[in-house]
Design a protein around this ligand. Structure first.
Ligand SMILES: *Cc1c(COP(=O)(O)O)cnc(C)c1O
Length: 482
């Protein structure tokens, strides 16, 4: 009885929160010291006391970032699709681990169904896949598969007394590649960062030189990753020239589509941004980014390697937990995973897929691209703003142009902080060719043209405020000196 009332109260709180998730400010921002005091974390209230517990819940919500708010354009994800939120609530209530069929029968079948659907959609034949904890881990598992393919007995013998392995990625590739090289014993010095062309894509002539150089020195070029949508610029590495190089050097070709892989649902965008994807060896895509599924929701797919995940990931004596399937079919998805306990991510994935379908996701991604184009047009039109580099896809890299004599990097950094502290908007930054840019990402279904207009107007307003303050200070300075 008591628990039922508590659940009702919870639903009430959630409902209230959801009603305000796109209004007011996107955050009530406090510096850590002040927030710590307000939260009174060391107070001993809460033991068995539901009232006290709900005050913690209320303070969590009061200072949480409303990622659904249109002012939140900071990261590659924002808000979450309602079907996936439903899935996550059910998952929390049912609390199980998606490692065995016994403990997670429905989830296991849903995951397998979704993996088969994605393999087919991507065009990977005789493949396999798994949901991982995100593209960082997916990239690592892909690199691990490449490593174990390059040196057959590495799983038993390790990297001792082996020829040195080398991996190659776009100079702007995600930092998880460096992590993977570290974790897998490859070493970050053996991760060659390939310089990019003017579109931010790997320069394949330079890559070829590097491959030849490594091979000439007795190294093994075992892994090349194309990035489909680089973090800052949104550039798509071309896959076709890499396929030709793979013929020659025999490396594993992975496609990191964490961000930009979402184009696969739209035939037109796939043709434009990701031709030849079906010939890669592996591919990762985050559903929790552009597609809006609740964090975390990732899929990693292998082409033509039906047993690869099991041979790469399985380890030790698993007999106490995993029980084989029929006809060599995998029954327990945990055998393919680097985890033991696995959160059920498949329900929210499945619900989103059924609710929106391929067409729904295609429309969403196409619409985001149109909005990015709109934002670029506005930035080009507005005299206070400029694109730092032309847009490659979904990332809009721009800045406020201060007058001569004021360094744009520092100015835009300050502008960004001021936007945040004044609770107007949270926008990301990055570096392109050594220049600091404001990186606008549209990955929120509550953002449309009016929200973009409002955002850009806020950048200009705050930029001018900042400028006034700076020139005011400078004038005072001159006056004092004179
Ligand atoms: C976000 C991102 C990653 C990391 O993905 P997580 O799911 O956050 O671990 C890797 N690569 C690229 C290109 C990304 O955009």
């Amino acid at each position: 009885m008591e628990q039922d009332a508590i659940f009702e109260r919870l639903l009430h709180i959630i409902t209230n929160y959801r009603q305000q998730r796109t209004t007011d400010c996107f955050v009530d921002y406090l510096e850590p010291d002040e927030l710590r005091q307000r939260l009174r974390l060391d107070e001993d209230r809460g033991h068995g006391d539901w009232e006290a517990l709900f005050t913690w819940v209320e303070s969590y919500l009061a200072y949480a970032v409303k990622t659904t708010h249109p002012g939140y354009v900071n990261r590659m994800w924002a808000g979450a699709n309602l079907p996936s939120v439903i899935g996550d609530i059910i998952v929390a209530c049912t609390n199980t681990s998606a490692c065995t069929y016994e403990t997670a029968p429905v989830s296991t079948l849903m995951e397998k169904y979704m993996l088969a659907t994605m393999l087919k959609l991507v065009g990977f034949e005789q493949g396999c896949g798994q949901m991982t904890t995100g593209s960082s881990n997916a990239n690592m598992i892909a690199m691990m598969a490449a490593r174990n393919t390059a040196i057959a007995d590495i799983k038993n013998r390790g990297l001792f007394a082996q020829p040195p392995l080398y991996a190659f990625v776009n100079a702007d590739a995600h930092y998880s590649m460096d992590r993977a090289a570290n974790i897998l014993g490859i070493g970050t010095d053996h991760l060659r960062k390939i310089a990019v062309d003017e579109h931010g894509r790997m320069d394949t002539a330079f890559l070829e030189e590097q491959l030849a150089d490594v091979q000439a020195r007795g190294g093994v070029p075992f892994f090349v990753a194309a990035t489909a949508g680089t973090t800052v610029r949104g550039s798509y590495d071309r896959i076709e020239p890499l396929l030709a190089l793979r013929e020659q050097y025999g490396f594993w070709l992975h496609v990191d589509g964490a961000w930009g892989g979402a184009v696969i649902f739209s035939e037109e965008l796939r043709r434009r941004f990701l031709p030849h994807l079906e010939d890669a060896d592996s591919f990762t895509l985050d559903f929790h980014k552009m597609l809006g599924t609740a964090l975390m929701c990732n899929v990693l797919l292998f082409n033509r390697h039906q047993d690869m995940l099991r041979s790469v990931c399985s380890a030790g004596d698993e007999s106490y937990i995993f029980h084989g399937g029929e006809n060599g079919e995998v029954r327990d998805l945990g055998t393919l995973s680097l985890q033991c306990g696995r959160r059920v991510d498949s329900l929210k994935w499945f619900l989103d897929w059924k609710f929106y379908g391929r067409e729904g996701f295609a429309e969403r991604v196409e619409h985001y691209l149109e909005l990015c184009q709109y934002a670029e047009e506005q930035i080009t039109r507005l005299p206070e703003l400029e694109m730092v580099v032309p847009r490659e896809s979904f990332n809009v890299c721009f800045r406020f142009c201060p007058p001569k004599g004021i360094a744009p990097a520092l100015f835009n950094q300050q502008l960004r902080e001021r936007m945040h502290l004044s609770k107007r908007a949270l926008v990301g930054t990055g570096f392109v060719n050594g220049e600091l840019v404001l990186r606008l990402l549209i990955t929120n279904i509550n953002v449309d043209k009016p929200e973009i207009d409002r955002f850009l107007a806020a950048v200009i307003e705050i930029g001018q405020e900042l400028l006034q303050q700076k020139t005011g200070l400078r004038n005072e300075d001159t006056m004092r000196r004179s």
